[in-house]
Design a protein around this ligand. Structure first.
Ligand code: S3P
Length: 168
């Protein structure tokens, strides 16, 4: 079976949905950010602080290169993975890309009490979310399937994904 890859902005529920998919389909789940933290021995926050975003993007691409050839995985990606065409090309070779979307306000509510997202550590996170979303939307839209997560629980979203991939 092809890998199921979850993309989408921070706070759209990729990790929670990936967990549900993993248990419903009995497939191994891999979280790219977790794999990066394990491999580097430091948190994503620390990578951004010490080396900056562009170095993080290089590490991210290397991790995708390592993981994407594997099969039968549920892969949860970081919100910026779509920004490099190379990442999407590698992930698509072996998988179906599902993008989760939500409104800026919902994303803000879901991320506001969490300090592990370096890009949102700014004075006006909602404004930043809106700006990043606007810039990234064309990239997110390249997914095979787009799912609106608004008002839905992770299990419900996972079931919707399973129903939709039957037709691909
Ligand atoms: C990022 C999203 C984060 C993480 C890093 C950068 C982004 O992952 O990869 O902080 O650029 O959107 P989540 O989407 O899992 O929060």
């Amino acid at each position: 079976m092809k890998n199921i890859i979850l993309t989408g902005f921070m706070g759209t529920g990729k990790t929670a949905v990936a967990k549900e998919l993993s248990s419903l389909l009995n497939l191994k789940m891999v979280d790219i950010d977790n794999e990066i933290e394990k491999a580097e021995g430091i948190t994503i926050n620390e990578i951004f602080e010490r080396y900056g975003e562009s170095k993080f993007r290089d590490i991210e691409t290397e991790m995708i290169k390592k993981i994407s050839p594997e099969k039968n995985l549920i892969i949860s990606t970081g919100g910026g993975v779509v920004l490099r065409e190379e990442n999407i090309r590698m992930l698509k070779e072996n998988g179906i890309i599902i993008c989760l979307i939500a409104s800026p306000e919902t994303i803000f509510e879901r991320t506001k009490n969490n300090s592990d997202r370096p890009l949102l550590k700014v004075s006006d996170p909602l404004k930043k979310i809106k700006e990043l979303l606007e810039f990234r939307m064309p990239f997110y839209k390249k997914a095979d399937i787009i799912i609106n997560t608004e008002g839905k629980a992770p299990l419900q979203i996972a079931e919707e994904i399973i129903e939709k991939i039957k037709w691909i």
